[in-house]
Design a protein around this ligand. Structure first.
Ligand SMILES: Cc1cc2nc3c(=O)[nH]c(=O)nc-3n(C[C@H](O)[C@H](O)[C@H](O)COP(=O)(O)O)c2cc1C
Length: 189
């Protein structure tokens, strides 16, 4: 396993289309889900859950995405519809992080949403720690009600992200990061 700090320093996203197989094994997927489910969670509400897409199920879910796309764009070309059908089949493993944040007597909903973000980030770092690359994306279908219905999300649930996981098909290059001087102030100075 790579040194943790080095991992944090070097992580970067790899586009879904550049993520190839073999994907994580069943045991590795279990590890990813385990690390993702031990994030900070104010009130221990477990305000998130996960949906795993692998193998043929990725295309079955893609049928719902393609159907929603066709409904939005009746004149879409067959190749565009085919692309939509394969949205979740670009990487060998996709894990949706579903936010279950809801009004609560004590815990602000915002904090529950943040916890779902932490779960998604743990998935991303977990994937890197196991030697895979990942990309946390939402894309249009994360906001389409008919797709969410097909994926089994109830009315109050939201997709925090579809975390795509696989092996980088080519060397990974970083992008510029914000200089700390732009984003850090020292209180009192
Ligand atoms: C909640 C969330 C949703 C995102 N959705 C998308 C997306 O739909 N498409 C996309 O290209 N990047 C999306 N991103 C950004 C990528 O995860 C990633 O940060 C970006 O490609 C830059 O790469 P980096 O992680 O190496 O900085 C999203 C990020 C977050 C936090």
């Amino acid at each position: 396993m790579r040194d943790a700090l080095n991992l944090l320093r070097t992580r970067r996203s790899v586009k879904p289309i550049e993520l190839t197989g073999p994907g994580p094994s069943a045991a590795e997927t279990e590890t990813l889900l385990t690390v993702a489910s031990r994030v900070p969670d104010h009130g221990k509400l477990v305000p998130w859950r996960f949906i795993v897409f692998e193998g043929e199920a990725r295309l079955a879910a893609g049928e719902a995405i393609a159907a929603a796309f066709r409904a939005k764009y009746p004149d879409a070309k067959p190749e565009q519809v085919e692309f939509e059908k394969r949205r979740l089949a670009r990487a060998p493993l996709v894990i949706a992080v579903v936010s279950r944040a809801a009004p609560h007597v004590k815990i602000p909903e915002w904090e529950q949403v943040l916890s779902a973000g932490a779960a998604a980030m743990s998935l991303v770092f977990g994937a890197h720690a196991l030697g895979f690359a990942a990309n946390w994306i939402t894309e249009w279908y994360a906001y389409d009600r008919s797709v969410l219905d097909a994926l089994g999300l109830s009315a109050h649930e939201k997709v925090a992200g579809f975390v795509h996981i696989g092996r980088p098909a080519q060397p990974v290059e970083d992008r510029p990061r914000p200089p700390l001087s732009d984003i850090v102030t020292r209180y009192g100075q």
